[in-house]
Design a protein around this ligand. Structure first.
Ligand SMILES: NC(=O)c1ccc[n+]([C@@H]2O[C@H](COP(=O)([O-])OP(=O)(O)OC[C@H]3O[C@@H](n4cnc5c(N)ncnc54)[C@H](O)[C@@H]3O)[C@@H](O)[C@H]2O)c1
Length: 374
């Protein structure tokens, strides 16, 4: 039954020629950009990113070399803000010129919207930027999609990338969140993402904007910015430094490898039902303490490196996602097991000290000069 539904959907799949990835210089966006260009030889990809502290063109070095103007020419980069309606509309309309180059960006027929402020701790220290990029930015993106389709009606799909944090925390006995579970965000980050999700639903219902929405748990994998738990633990353990653990470390997160997430995003964008929400989960729920100890064990470092620090304000205890909809309707499932995925990630960080060394020393901020000269 599952395969019949999946095959029917496959037959009716939307096959874009040009996709815009907002936030493509970030961790998950970059994973999606690399995976798309490697998997679909005819697809052209436009990375649209303002390069905040989290945007890092070093992470796309292979993409610039293989698919930029001196490669097969299938990748374009535009440095601009999602709140800049004129810049984004020009990209969607095929009237923008790539940053640092001379090529005109091709007209888009799909968009995956990942640009966001993404770090919960930063949202507690300074919420304003989260409202600006995540809420106002998403409204601008929606209006730009509506505008380009008014000017030039064509088959088009936009995917908004959301988070399980909008469901708020679960008690130990609660069942996993389904797509229709109540929205109860705890942090300013989660509240900004929940607001964006509501805008997505409203634009679909009111204007018929062709949108889809995914909600995913915690991602890990190569190129993740070292402020996030897993790369933070790996890089500090490699340096023999203490590992801060919030409170008792028993907070549970739903972990997924970013490549599995990228495949899920494309599955939903091309085969999902417009206006629908899909949870994305590998079903790998782990406490923070389990995550940290498994990394320390792999690196042969002592558990005494763990140092308890005051718990994060409003810290959610547990997230868990039900993934039945994406599994049964679209036939997606995770390919990376937790054990294999985390050990490969640890090995990647061990082998790529130069990449994260440039992040921790902030040298990556000058990476633009390396990649954006024609
Ligand atoms: N990391 C996770 O575990 C996770 C889990 C679920 C959902 N998400 C969502 O996935 C998306 C990507 O997350 P990530 O971890 O890759 O984030 P990230 O912080 O690594 O990257 C964000 C990217 O967006 C860009 N950006 C930020 N503000 C911008 C703006 N105003 N205009 C244009 N570009 C801007 C940054 O330069 C950066 O390249 C986000 O929407 C996030 O909410 C992340």
């Amino acid at each position: 039954m599952v395969s019949v539904i999946a095959q029917d959907k496959e037959a009716a799949a939307f096959a874009p020629a040009v996709v815009v990835i907002t936030g493509g210089a970030g961790f998950i966006g970059g994973t999606l950009v690399r995976w798309l260009l490697a998997t679909y030889p005819d697809l052209r990809v436009v990375t649209y990113d303002s390069l905040t502290y989290a945007g890092n063109l070093d992470s796309l070095a292979d993409v610039f070399a293989t698919h930029g103007p001196r490669g097969d020419g299938r990748h374009y980069f535009v440095k601009a803000d999602v709140c800049d309606a004129a810049a984004l509309s020009a990209v969607l309309d095929g009237k923008a010129t790539e940053t640092g180059g001379t090529r005109v960006v091709p007209t888009a027929d799909a968009m995956a919207h990942l640009a966001a402020e993404s770090h919960v701790d930063r949202s507690i220290l300074g919420p304003a930027e989260f409202i600006n990029t995540n809420v106002v930015g998403t409204q601008v993106v929606l209006e730009c999609v509506r505008g380009t389709l008014d000017r030039s009606p064509r088959p088009f799909r936009m995917l908004h990338v959301g988070t399980d944090e909008v469901y708020g925390d679960l008690g130990p006995q609660d069942v996993a969140s389904v797509e229709d579970s109540p929205i109860k965000p705890s942090s300013p980050y989660a509240a900004s993402k929940a607001s964006a999700d509501h805008l997505i639903g409203a634009w679909h219902r009111t204007f018929g904007t062709p949108v889809l929405l995914t909600r995913c748990g915690n991602n890990y994998g190569p190129y993740q910015f070292p402020e996030k738990l897993i790369p933070l633990v790996i890089t500090r353990a490699l340096a023999g430094a203490s590992i801060p653990v919030y409170g008792d470390g028993m907070q549970i997160r739903d972990w997924i490898h970013a490549e599995d997430h990228a495949r899920a995003l494309w599955t939903v964008l091309t085969r999902g039902t417009l206006g629908r929400t899909y949870n994305v989960s590998a079903g790998e729920q782990r406490t923070n303490r389990e995550v940290i100890t498994s990394i320390l064990r792999q690196l042969g470092r002592p558990e005494s490196l763990m140092t308890r620090v005051v718990d994060r304000l409003g810290h959610d205890r547990r997230y868990a996602l039900d993934n039945m909809r994406i599994t049964f309707e679209l036939g997606w499932r995770a390919e990376h097991s937790w054990d294999d995925g985390i050990s490969a990630t640890v090995r990647w960080f061990e082998a790529n000290r130069e990449w994260w060394g440039r992040v921790t020393s902030e040298a990556y901020r000058a990476a633009e000069a390396l990649y954006l000269t024609s």
